[in-house]
Design a protein around this ligand. Structure first.
Ligand code: ZN
Length: 83
């Protein structure tokens, strides 16, 4: 199938032995990021964390391994509304 090396998500749902619906989403996000270059990855992570809302930055950091600071900076620079 694919030779892409994808990151293993470090969130609680993916660490548990039983199946969880979020596991598929997190795996898919890491597969997507594996196709992107270093400049594109933080942007996708920031967009996803924005969709997730509160706590999204930390969760996406757990999923992708990108530092929370990276996605937070992009939130600010893209002028996203807060509140
Ligand atoms: Zn996960």
């Amino acid at each position: 199938m694919s030779n892409l090396l994808t990151r293993q998500c470090q969130c609680l749902h993916c660490q548990q032995s039983s199946e969880h619906p979020d596991q598929l989403l997190h795996r898919q996000l890491n597969v997507l990021l594996a196709y992107l270059n270093g400049q594109q990855r933080p942007w996708v992570a920031a967009i996803v964390s924005n969709f997730l809302g509160s706590g999204g930055v930390e969760l996406v950091s757990q999923i992708t391994g990108l530092p929370p600071k990276t996605t937070q900076l992009l939130h600010k620079s893209s002028g996203s509304a807060t509140g």
